[in-house]
Design a protein around this ligand. Structure first.
Ligand SMILES: [Zn+2]
Length: 284
């Protein structure tokens, strides 16, 4: 009988694999909002266009070794790159630690990685690229069928629930968005939120998809009331002081909420604690 692989080897391997996926996630975050291919051309410096050689492209390590500057033009390299790589590496490490070297660990890690990409892109560009949500939906459906035939039942939805969940999630968020538009009299939600919830619903099943929308809307409302509106009013005040004489008062418009920023963490929380929340909500 083979000796089991030591835990630290599994976790170190997961960390390295995660860092590489984090590196690819950076490419997706940078290119998909501009409709550019993530496969080619190879990575370049965004300032001088210098094509990166392999040792400039090692996750986390290169950024540290190059002291956060391009080797060619000396322009600073964004801290977003090593931070995303490190975050994804830690996600994969934690999944390997919790679930061991298993199919389930990969499913949870991919789920969280895609959602991280969604949250960052939505926060930066106010959009959720189809690349993330389409891949996520396909991954959730295919792995649910795979798990079904392997006889595995665990935190993710089985095939039938995955299909119903995709429809329930997309439908629920479309209804919330529609009501939001009626109330605010302006476009409140993009199609990206609908495709995001199709993906999340396929992973979690219908009941937890509804919990995710409820939780995401609550987080979004708290952030909107507590941060977005005060900041917008502060900026409006500053802008008014600067431009009052020249332009009169600046028009005040409530900013669009990047809902995916809140739905993504809500989906991860619901994956782990959705059943607890559901039991609490329906216990009457
Ligand atoms: Zn450069």
């Amino acid at each position: 009988m083979n000796a089991p692989i030591p835990q630290f080897v599994v976790q170190a391997y997961a960390f390295i694999v995660g860092a590489c996926f984090g590196s690819f996630l950076n490419v997706c975050i940078a290119r998909w909002p501009h409709d550019r291919s993530v496969l080619r051309p190879r990575s370049r410096c965004p300032h001088c266009g210098n094509q990166l050689v392999w040792f400039e492209n090692v996750p986390i390590v290169s950024w540290l070794a190059l002291r956060a500057r391009c080797r060619c033009c000396d322009e600073p390299i964004s801290m977003q790159y090593p931070l995303v790589e490190l975050t994804v590496a830690v996600i994969w490490l934690l999944c390997a630690r919790t679930y061991g070297p298993s199919f389930l660990a990969v499913r949870v890690a991919v789920f969280a990685t895609v959602l991280l990409g969604v949250a960052i892109t939505d926060a930066k560009h106010y959009l959720i690229p189809d690349g993330f949500t389409l891949f996520g939906l396909m991954f959730a459906l295919v792995t649910s069928v795979w798990a079904f035939f392997r006889g595995e039942t665990h935190v993710f939805a089985l095939p039938y629930d995955a299909l119903v969940g995709a429809c329930a999630g997309a439908g629920m968020i479309a209804i919330v968005g529609w009501l939001g538009e009626v109330m605010t009299k302006r476009e409140a939600m993009g199609l990206g939120d609908v495709t995001l919830m199709a993906f999340v619903g396929a992973a979690l099943g219908p009941s937890r998809a509804l919990i995710t929308v409820f939780l995401g809307a609550t987080l979004g409302a708290i952030a909107f009331a507590g941060v977005v509106i005060p900041v917008a009013m502060l900026r409006r005040g500053q802008a008014r002081e600067q431009t009052e004489l020249a332009l009169g008062s600046a028009p005040f418009e409530t900013p669009l909420v990047p809902f995916g920023v809140f739905l993504a963490p809500a989906a991860v929380l619901t994956l782990f604690w959705g059943d607890v929340m559901l039991a609490w909500l329906t216990r009457a």
